[in-house]
Design a protein around this ligand. Sequence first.
Ligand code: CTP
Length: 398
Amino acid sequence: MLKNKKIIVGVTGGIAAYKSCDIVSKLIKLDAEVNVIMTAASVNFVSPLTFSSLSNNPVVCDMFENPVDWNIEHISLAQKADVFLIAPATANIIGKVANGIADDMLSTTIMASTAKIVFAPAMNTKMYENEILQENISKLKKRGYYFIEPDSGRLACGDIGVGKLRDTSEIVDYVVSLTCNKQDLKGKKILITAGPSVEPIDAVRYITNRSSGKMGYSIANAALDRGAEVTLISGPTTINPPNRAKFIPVLSGQDMYRAVLDNFNDQEIVIKAAAVSDYRIENPTKHKLKKKDDNLTLSLVRNPDILKELGEMKNSKILVGFAAETDDIIENAKCKVKTKNLDFIVANDINEPDAGFAVDTNIVYIIDKNEKIEKIDKTSKIDIANIILDKIVSIDIN
Ligand code: CTP
C-alpha cells in the first residue's frame, strides 16, 4: 500500500516513544521506506538499535555525532519524503518548530522538509492544555501542519485526561491517507463554500452563524491534493486559505450569493459547507447605534437560499449540501436533499461532542437523493473530506 512512499518518523523524548516502534513496524509491513530520526532525549526511552532493526535503515540521533554526509543527506531525505511523522511529539518539538528553532537533527530536518508534516502529540494533560502549547499548535495548523489529536485516558504519570498518543493503527491510517495521491479529480472544477456569513447591524455589530470553516477548508485541501481546480468562497475564518485554490473572501450572505452565482456556470461540482445566515438586518446603519433606555427590536429580512437556487439550475452538475442539526437530524436532512435538489447532503448532529464546530473531528451522516443513509463515525475532518470526495467520484463515474 505504501510502496515507493518515503516516510520519516521523528521520535522525541516521551514515554510513548516505545509505541513508535509499533508505528515503524506497521509502516514497514505496508512496504513504506522508513527513516527514523531520534532526539537526544528519546534515546533514553528506546534504543536506536530497535528502530534501525525495524526500519532496516540507519537511525540518526544527533547532528554532531553523526557522519558529516548525513547533514547533506538529511536535507535531501527531507525533501524526498512524502510524509514526516513526529510521534510522539513533545511540547518541546512543537514549540521549536512553531517558533523556527532548529538546533538538532530532528528540528533542522523538519525545517528543511517539503513533506506533509504531521505531529502526534503525547504528554501530560496539563502540559497539553497549556495555553502556550495550544497557541503553538494553532500557529502550526494555520501554516498547514497536520495534527493527530491525542486520546484521553490514563497517562503514564498517573493522571487521567487528554494526552495519550493516539492508537498506533489510527496514526498509521492517517499517514496512509496523507500519502494517498489519487488524482481522481484531476482537472475537475469544484466550487466550495466555507465559514460563516456576517450580517452587519451597524458599524461595529453583526449577527453570524457558528462555523470555523474547518470542514470546508479540509474539503478544499483534499480536492486540491486529488488534482481538482478549486474555487473556495469563504466567510471570515482564522484559517489560511490554501494558496493553490482560487480564493474569494466574502462577508455577508448576499456577498456569498453573488460570488457563488458569478462562479457557478463553469463548475462541475459544488459543495456548500458554508453556514449562511438565513436572515439579514433590514436596515443596517453605517454609524454605531447608540443605546437607549428602551429595548431594541431588529427587523430581519430573508437572505436568498443560495443552495436552493443552485438546485433549480443544477443540470448535470453534482451538488452537495451540509446540514448542522440539533433535532430530527435524518428527517431534516432528507427534506433538504429534496427541496434543494441535491445529490447528497452531509448532516451532523451538533449536540454530539467531537462533532460540528471548531473541532478537528466530525461524526456525520451522508444521505443521498435515494435516501440511502451512511453513518461516518468519529474521524478527522480530512478523512471526512476524502469520503465526501470519494462519493462524488462514484456519482461522477456512474
Ligand atoms: N444554505 C444556503 N443559503 C442559505 C442557507 C443555507 O446556500 N441562505 C445552504 C448551506 O450552505 C447548507 C445547506 O443550505 O449547505 C443547509 O443549510 P442549513 O443552515 O442547515 O439549512 P437551511 O436550509 O438554512 O434550513 P434551516 O436553517 O431551517 O435548518
